[in-house]
Design a protein around this ligand. Structure first.
Ligand SMILES: [Zn+2]
Length: 326
């Protein structure tokens, strides 16, 4: 079989909730998509079997498995350098999971594994706001955490051990809130949705003043935002404090890396309308003076789910073609 027939790759994005699989051609067009609930497979072996079954079915229904060149996978706490998921906090599997090896042995294809932020940045680089940029930072603001990936001269900076970009676990408040990582005062404890909700609770406890937030059936960042739209003073204070801290975190990041742009992605960009003004003000206030006014702060316009699976597929092109059967 000629290797020139292998014109497609598989991109797999493993999320806390949904695992998405895409068959993608060389131009980045998604030819077919499949997905399933991650939590339905708490055992890693059955999870991997499930992925493999679906990859084969997807490929066979769309031109044949023989046309697939390689596989790219993104997941939280995955390490491009080792091909493993390492001690993921919110996943059902514990310890070190040699995912690239497990998939390669079962599928007989080359497999690249990278963390979710790496995939997101590749997606923005290949298809989105970072297209044509050499130096940029991609930040993902999620419900539970804050991740990032930094591109330097057109390549992702992975670090010596593959753990670079853990901006969510940089300390922004000395002796601050307890973080899931075991330390205190981490950025994501304040700027993920969890953190925003916690700030809202603290502000409500600080006084007896009336606030629309007090009568919300469920406290979410979007619900707090809708209170801002009704001129609720306390709701605005939630985003003022959050934006101030996020602005410091991003200014520190920019002062070290001097990026052309910081691209904000993830589900929490939906509150940017309320968070953005104070974040931008704090950023300009705290960034190194020679960079002031020069770093673009951009909100991604891509569909999060589609971008992340395309990012995973872009990862597949970074590994050498390999076959068990040649
Ligand atoms: Zn932490």
């Amino acid at each position: 079989m000629s290797s020139t027939m292998k014109s497609k790759v598989i991109g797999i994005d493993i999320g806390y909730i949904v695992t998405t699989i895409a068959l993608v051609d060389i131009r980045g067009t998604i030819l077919a998509l499949d997905s399933f609930m991650t939590a339905n497979y708490p055992q890693i072996n059955s999870f991997v079997e499930q992925i493999c079954e679906r990859v084969v079915l997807l490929a066979e229904a769309n031109g044949g498995f023989d046309t697939v060149r390689s596989v790219g996978v993104t997941a939280a706490s995955a390490n491009y350098k080792t091909g493993s998921i390492e001690n993921a906090v919110n996943m059902p599997w514990k310890g070190e999971i040699p995912l690239a090896l497990m998939l390669r042995d079962r599928l007989g294809l080359a497999v690249a594994v990278g963390n979710d932020a790496h995939g997101t940045a590749l997606g923005e680089f290949s298809f989105g706001s970072a297209h044509g940029m050499e130096n940029f930072v991609v930040i993902s603001l999620g419900h539970g955490g804050v991740g990032s990936c930094f591109f330097s001269n057109g390549h992702p900076h992975l670090g010596c051990h593959g753990f670079a970009g853990e901006v969510g676990h940089t300390c922004v408040i000395k002796d601050g809130r307890q973080c899931t990582c075991g330390r205190k005062g981490c950025l994501e404890e304040y700027t993920s949705e969890r953190g925003i909700i916690q700030t809202a609770r603290e502000i409500m406890e600080e006084s007896d003043e009336p606030s629309l937030m007090r009568s919300l059936p469920e406290l979410t960042s979007m619900a707090i935002g809708s209170c801002c739209d009704q001129n609720d003073k306390m709701a605005w204070e939630v985003f003022r404090r959050t934006g101030y801290i996020l602005g410091i975190g991003l200014a520190n990041y920019a002062s070290i890396t001097n990026p052309e742009a910081i691209i904000l992605t993830g589900e929490q960009t939906q509150v940017y309308k309320w968070l953005g003004p104070s974040m931008e003000e704090s950023f300009e206030q705290h960034v190194f003076h020679n960079m002031r006014g020069k770093v673009k702060l951009v909100v991604s316009t891509l569909d999060n789910r589609e971008r992340d699976v395309l990012g995973a597929s872009a990862l597949a092109w970074t590994v050498k073609e390999y076959s068990l059967f040649l």
